[in-house]
Ligand binder design. Structure first.
Ligand SMILES: [Zn+2]
Length: 414
């Protein structure tokens, strides 16, 4: 089997003394993917006999197995220890404003099954929870043995999440949810831990572990969907701010005389670039633009997805709507670059599929408005994980928690 490129999250916690050696050993083997007992004892700075004892305990958990022969260094060829990525599965849920997507992944972020359905998430909390369960069940049914191997559920929500009390939800963004996720029912149904974080934060986590943010300590991920949010990766960690509300770039005002926004402000970025703004602008353009009647969008029930598809089909009106949005996004990103000086800006969410049609006008605006050179502006790129990124990030939330606290693995308890 060919090994995947190892992810680049925080290195094995050599500095994290005080953690049980068995936990450090498991984490080290996960990061190495394959490692000999000798290398493991060197990495953990323990004797060969201590390493051997740790390994025999880990072999009993089935999270680690012995495989093949490693390269010989003159003597006997060593047996390698391999982390068993398929010993458990994780459900990663992307709860958007207007859709639910669920990814079933293994313990290395590989998507084994995928389900997605449009749903009025903001208006219908009960229906949304039922849909998450239905899509989760369908994903688990796709993979033999998955139901009994489920390790946990990660959920990405389109609202700020209080890190200390993640079961609460911001009532400003999702008023119908009345400030609570109600995910306890899902946790009880599956009998596994359920973890929650903000969707843009999890998009950033996914890019850092498996995508365009690998090896980059400081970057900003921007989710372009119905809502606009940013995940700020600072020194390899998500920066949350004093009250967990950092990254709400969608509500940065770029025009004080602009249209009113749900947040009470005027001219927020989301009123120019969010899904609803794109639809409003396309409708207006169809009426005002002399080319309107010839557009692919004429006579359609316009959705953001339809605008993106028409732009990809080179429809001039749809391309103008996208270009206009890109320029407005550029104004906000220019401010972000001047303020944070990130190593990269990674665009995710459905609009990211527009690629250069989005990036080229956006970079033009950024170069005109920042102190940085055009070279730095080219570090604005689209997600490598595509529309599945946020669900993969939700699964990674559970994986990261289990590597940090291996007692989440049933076989590591007691
Ligand atoms: Zn706003």
């Amino acid at each position: 089997m060919e090994l995947q490129t190892p992810p680049q999250p925080p290195a094995p916690a050599q500095e994290a003394r005080g953690r049980p050696l068995s936990h450090l050993a498991l984490e080290t083997i996960w990061y190495s993917q394959r490692i000999s007992r000798a290398d493991l004892s060197r990495r953990l700075e323990v004797s060969r006999s201590t390493a051997s004892e740790l390994v025999s305990d880990l072999l009993a958990t089935k999270l680690v197995a012995e495989v093949g022969d490693g390269p010989s260094r003159g003597g006997r060829r060593p047996i390698l220890l391999e982390f068993q990525d398929d010993e458990h599965v994780i459900l990663g849920v992307d709860m958007g404003a207007t859709h639910v997507a669920v990814a079933l992944t293994n313990l290395r972020g590989r998507v084994l099954s995928w389900r997605e359905e449009a749903h009025p998430v903001r208006a219908d909390p009960d229906g949304t929870r039922a849909l998450i369960a239905r899509l989760g069940d369908a994903c688990l049914a796709d993979v033999p043995g998955a139901s009994t191997a489920l390790l946990g559920i990660g959920v990405a929500v389109p609202a700020p999440v209080d890190h200390r009390d993640p079961k609460r939800l911001s009532p400003t963004v999702l008023p119908a949810w009345e400030g609570r996720s109600g995910f306890d029912s899902l946790e009880a149904r599956y009998g596994v831990p359920l973890l929650v974080d903000n969707d843009a934060n999890l998009g950033a986590v996914a890019e850092r572990w498996w995508g365009a943010g690998r090896g980059i300590e400081h970057f900003t991920y921007i989710k372009l969907a119905t809502g606009i949010g940013a995940g700020l990766m600072v020194g390899g960690e998500v920066y949350r701010g004093a009250t967990n509300a950092a990254g709400e770039i969608g509500h940065v005002s770029i025009d004080p005389k602009g249209e009113p926004c749900v947040c009470g402000n005027r001219g927020c970025l989301v009123t120019f670039v969010g899904g609803e703004a794109l639809v409003r602008r396309a409708r207006a353009a169809l009426v005002e633009d002399p080319e309107g009647p010839r557009s692919l969008l004429a006579g359609c029930a316009i959705t953001p997805g339809l605008i993106e598809e028409a732009a990809m089909d080179r429809d001039p009106l749809a391309m103008r709507v996208v270009r206009d949005a890109a320029h407005h996004l550029g104004v906000a990103i220019a401010g972000l670059l001047n303020l944070l000086n990130p190593g990269a800006v990674i665009l995710g969410g459905s609009m990211a599929r527009l690629g250069d049609d989005l990036l080229i006008p956006l970079r033009e605006t950024v170069v005109r408005r920042t102190l940085v050179s055009s070279v730095a502006a080219s570090e604005i790129r689209v997600s490598e994980l595509g529309p599945r990124g946020i669900a993969i990030g939700a699964s990674t939330l559970v994986l990261a928690a289990a590597l940090e606290r291996p007692s989440l693995f049933p076989a590591m308890r007691g």
